[in-house]
Design a protein around this ligand. Sequence first.
Ligand code: GLN
Length: 199
Amino acid sequence: MIIGILALQGDVAEHRVALVNAGVRQVKEIRNPLDLEGIDGLIIPGGESTTISMLCISTGLDIAIQQKIDSKLPVYGSCAGMIMLATEILDGRSDQFGFKALDIAVRRNGFGRQVDSFETEVTFLDGKVTNGVFIRAPRIESVGPLVEVLATIDYQGRKVPVAVKAGNALATAYHPELDSLSQIHSIFVQMVQKATERV
Ligand code: GLN
C-alpha cells in the first residue's frame, strides 16, 4: 500500500509519522501530477486552504487530483484539507478551489477569532475519546444525508461534528496527526485497504 501526502504546504511530516505508526510502509510526497502514479490513497494536510488551493492550480494538481477522487481514490483531509474536500466553503476566498468530494458545508476559521486555537475532547461514536487540537479550524455547519459523523466535540453547549466520512472521503476539523497513535489514520488505512481489495 502506498499512501500519498499532498506536500505543497502544511504539516506533511506529522502525517507521515502517523501513517507509519498505523502500519503504512510506503508514504509518498505529492508535488506534481506525475507523483500521483501508483498511490492507493491521498492525504491533504492542514495548513492554509487558500494557499493549497492556489498551489494545486499552478501545479496542475487541481485537475489531476480531481480525476483521482472522481475515480474513487480514498482521500483524507485534516483541517485545511477538510476545507479542500467540502462541497461548500463558507468565508472562503472567492477564487478558492475545492474538490467537492464530501457533502458538507464548512466555515473557515469557524470557531471564532478569539479562540484561534484550542484543545478539547473528541468523542467517537463508539465512546472512545481522544484529545483534539484545533488550530484556526474550520467548523462543519451542515452535513449531507449520506455523510456519517464519526466524532463530535461539545462546543458552547452544542455537539459539533469534527470527523466525517462519506464514500471514499474522510475529513477532520482537527489535527489527529499531532497524536502519535491517531485513530483516524487507522480508519483511513482501513478505507484504503478495502478499496484496494475491491480492485
Ligand atoms: N484556517 C485555515 C484555512 O482556512 C486552516 C487551518 C489549519 O489547517 N490548521 O485553511
